[in-house]
Design a protein around this ligand. Structure first.
Ligand code: ADP
Length: 162
C-alpha cells in the first residue's frame, strides 16, 4: 500500500490545502494529513480544532487519515513507517525553503522522498495567514476556505464574517 504524509500547520485548512489533499488521494492509497505543531508558536486554532476542521473538510475522501505531531517530521515518518512526504508548491517563493527541507530530510533518512504537487493557479496566492488577515478586516473569505472554517474563524474572532 502506498501511503504518504502531508504535513503542515493548517491553521486553518484552506481550499488550497484541500486541493492538494484531493489530488494526493488520487495518487496514493492512503494520505495522512498531519498537523505539525510547536508549543512555542501561538496559532489561531488549537491542534484539536485544526484536526477536526480537516476531518470535516475531508469527510468525502475515504483514504484520508488526520493526525498530529509535535517535533521533527522525520521522527513521525519513522514511527509510522511511511517514507513519502507530499508538499504543495505555490509561487517560486515556496521552492527554496521546500528544496532545503527536502534535502535535509533526505540526509537524515535516505529512504525519504518528497513529492511536490503544484498548486492550481486559483490557489497560488492562498495561505492560512492571508485568510486570517482578510478575516480580521471582515473581508469575504468564502472563496478561500470551507463554510465550516469560515464559521470557526468567525467564532474565534468573536464577530461574524458573513
Ligand atoms: P501555510 O500556513 O503557508 O498555508 P502550511 O504549513 O499549512 O502553510 O502548508 C502545508 C503545505 O501545504 C505546504 O506544503 C504548503 O506549501 C502547502 N500549501 C499551502 N497552501 C497551498 C496552496 N494554496 N496551494 C498549494 N499548496 C499549498
Amino acid at each position: 500500500m502506498k501511503v504518504a504524509v502531508y504535513p503542515g500547520s493548517f491553521d486553518p485548512v484552506t481550499l488550497g490545502h484541500l486541493d492538494i489533499i484531493e489530488r494526493s488521494c488520487e495518487i496514493f492509497d492512503q494520505v495522512i494529513v498531519t498537523v505539525m505543531y510547536n508549543k512555542s508558536k501561538s496559532p489561531m486554532f488549537t491542534v484539536e480544532e485544526r484536526v477536526q476542521l480537516i476531518k470535516d473538510a475531508t469527510k468525502h475522501l475515504k483514504n484520508v487519515v488526520v493526525d498530529c505531531h509535535e517535533g521533527l517530521l522525520i521522527d513521525y515518518l519513522k514511527s509510522k513507517e511511511v517514507f513519502i512526504i507530499v508538499k504543495g508548491l505555490r509561487a517560486i517563493s515556496d521552492f527554496e525553503a521546500e528544496f532545503q527541507m527536502a534535502s535535509v530530510n533526505q540526509k537524515l533518512c535516505h529512504k525519504i522522498e518528497t513529492v511536490f504537487i503544484m498548486t492550481r493557479t486559483e490557489y497560488m496566492y492562498l495561505s492560512s495567514s492571508i485568510v486570517k488577515e482578510v478575516a480580521s478586516f471582515n473581508g469575504d473569505i468564502s472563496n478561500f476556505v470551507t463554510e465550516n472554517v469560515q464559521l470557526a474563524i468567525a467564532s474565534k474572532m468573536g464577530g461574524n464574517n458573513e
